[in-house]
Each structure stands twice: as structure tokens, then as C-alpha cells.
Design a protein around this ligand. Structure first.
Ligand code: ATP
Length: 300
């Protein structure tokens, strides 16, 4: 069942169309990613979902409510990550959690949340003194304190070191496993590929593709490449004629055959049938990076 329904969403800032005819549904229980280059319209889109911005066209529903009209009902269902500017630098972790918990009729036990997010030892620490990773963990705790059905996390791991980023990915998966739907804005390919059940790729205000990570990768031509140096001369046309081969190129005596998984088997059997060895054999798979570069504009 869809918990978020966005249809033909449009948002302008003066003459600038930031979001242009964007439609997608987020299913309950999934991690749904919005991925795209800087200025693509990702934040504007989720701000319309959160009720922070009023759309200029189209419609948004969160569990059936229109966030622009019934923000109060949406706030009780949807947990938004705090913006750093929203917290006073001198507020302690405990004070922030108590403050946020007081905003909800039936808040979660914030002590349990801090245990889960490994913040218990930081309860008396002022916000300004927390590390980037600790601020992000507090941000997740504050987003969860109202027992939301869905959380919106916007560029949550930006600025974190690789270890803190990976720890945060683990937390996001835990959040989903506890039954909360996650709407995740990111421009990190690896993050999107590892975490998201489905991804909407946004470029210049429009959705250019919406699929599972493997579905997006599968859309790129040349999904799998096999490259090797043949032990004896080999007619390129024989390779090009194999089923599933998209292209064959030569690079410094090496042959590169692009195609699918099937191509690898077909090439190896052809070589075996002719008694040719494949030296320095490499097989490479397309990644979400390849799909992203294929599906977004040149200035992405
Ligand atoms: N308050 C605003 N006033 C005017 N233009 C804005 C405003 N907010 C965003 N924009 C413009 O709208 C477009 C979309 O911005 P948005 O922040 O939604 O993109 P984004 O994909 O989240 O980008 P980033 O990854 O850089 O955060 C950009 O061209 C941006 O400059």
C-alpha cells in the first residue's frame, strides 16, 4: 500500500521551475531513494511531501492527507530530520529529546532510542559539541521520537567519514526493519545502491527513471564487459555475431566485449572451441554510477 502518493507535482521559484511534473508512490515499509545531481529538485520535492512547501501544481498525499492543507495530521505520521539550524548550539541531547517528545501525544521512549542510537553517554553534551556522526544520530532519534510511520532523511550522511556513513546506513536499515518507511534523499550512488528498495532518479526537476537499483543498472547498455588478450589471432566478427553481444572493441591488443551475463559464457565457449586462451581475463559489471551517468544530463 502506498503511504506517499505524489502526482504531477510542480513547484516554481519565480521563473525557475524546480520540480516539473514529478509522480511517484512510496510503498509502506520500503526505503525509497530520491537520487540526483545538485539542484535537481530533490529537497523541494520532499519539502512538498513534508508540508514545508506548497506545490504550484499536482497533488501530494501522505497516508491520504494533503500536507499543504492538513500539516498537523501529516506531522503526526511523518518524522522529518532536523535541520542543523533548528537546534540551539547550547541545547543538550537530553533537552532536545525531551523538547521534541513533548510535541507528540504518544512519544516513543527517548531513552530506548538513545540506547539504540548509542547516544546514552552524550545525554548531557551540548549540540555544538557533538561530532558530525553524533549529530546525525541525534537527528535520526528526533525524527523517530514521535513514532512516525515514515521518516524523511535528506542528505543524512553528507560530511560524514566513511565509517560513520556506514554506521548510519546500518541505522537506516534498522529503522526500516522496525516497520518505518524511509524516504531518503541522497546524491551518493553507493548509499542508494546499498540501501534503497527503489530509486527515483531526478534530473533538472524531472524523474528520468524509477526502478530498483538492479533494474536501473540493467537499463544501461553494456551491463557486463569481458576483456582479455587472446593467445592467438581471433576474428572480431565471430565475437560480434554471438547472441547478447552489444559491442566489440580492441584496446592495445586486448579485446573488450560488452553485453550481458550470457555474453561471458558465450565468449568463453567460443574461445574454448577454438583452443584460444584468454590471458588477463577481466569481467566487470555496470554499477549504479554507470546507470546514473547514462540517465542524467551531461552536467550531472
Ligand atoms: N528558496 C528557493 N528560492 C529560489 N530557488 C530555489 C530555492 N530553493 C531551491 N531553489 C532552486 O531550485 C532548484 C532545486 O533545488 P533543490 O534544493 O530542490 O535541489 P536539490 O536536488 O535538493 O539540490 P542539492 O542536492 O544541491 O541540495 C535549484 O535550482 C535551486 O537553486
Amino acid at each position: 500500500m502506498a503511504i506517499v502518493e505524489v502526482s504531477d507535482l510542480r513547484k516554481d521559484y519565480g521563473d525557475k521551475r524546480a520540480v516539473d511534473d514529478v509522480s511517484f508512490d512510496v510503498e509502506e515499509g520500503e526505503i525509497f531513494g530520491i537520487l540526483g545531481p545538485n539542484g535537481a529538485g530533490k529537497t523541494t520535492t520532499v519539502e512538498c511531501v513534508e508540508g514545508l512547501r506548497r506545490p504550484d501544481g499536482g497533488s501530494v498525499r501522505v497516508a491520504g492527507y494533503d500536507p499543504a492543507v492538513d500539516r498537523h495530521s501529516v506531522t503526526r505520521i511523518l518524522g522529518a530530520q532536523l535541520q542543523e539550524s533548528e537546534l540551539q548550539p547550547k541545547i543538550t541531547v537530553r533537552e532536545a529529546l525531551e523538547l521534541y517528545a513533548a510535541c507528540y501525544p504518544d512519544p516513543a521512549d527517548w531513552r530506548a532510542l538513545t540506547e539504540r542510537l548509542e547516544l546514552t553517554e552524550k545525554l548531557s553534551t551540548r549540540f555544538a559539541k557533538l561530532s558530525g556522526g553524533q549529530k546525525q544520530r541525534l537527528s535520526i532519534a528526533l525524527a523517530l521520537v514521535g513514532r512516525p510511520r515514515i521518516v524523511v532523511l535528506d542528505e543524512l550522511t553528507t560530511g560524514l567519514d566513511p565509517r560513520a556513513r556506514r554506521d548510519t546506513w546500518g541505522l537506516i536499515k534498522d529503522v526500516r526493519d522496525s516497520g518505518v518507511t524511509v524516504l531518503l534523499v541522497t546524491h551518493f550512488m553507493e548509499e542508494a545502491q546499498r540501501l534503497c528498495d527503489r530509486i527515483a532518479l531526478i534530473d533538472k526537476g524531472r524523474i528520468t527513471a524509477l526502478d530498483t537499483p538492479s533494474g536501473l543498472i540493467g537499463r544501461t547498455a553494456n551491463g557486463t564487459a569481458i576483456s582479455f588478450t587472446p593467445s592467438a589471432p581471433l576474428e572480431t566478427q565471430l565475437l560480434a555475431d554471438l547472441p547478447s553481444v552489444a559491442s566489440v572493441t580492441h584496446q592495445d591488443g586486448r579485446i573488450v566485449v560488452n553485453g550481458t551475463d550470457e555474453t561471458v559464457h558465450a565468449v568463453l565457449s567460443l574461445l574454448a572451441g577454438r583452443g584460444i586462451n584468454a590471458h588477463q581475463l577481466r569481467v566487470t559489471e555496470a554499477t549504479l554510477d554507470d546507470a546514473y551517468l547514462n540517465l542524467t544530463g551531461p552536467d550531472a
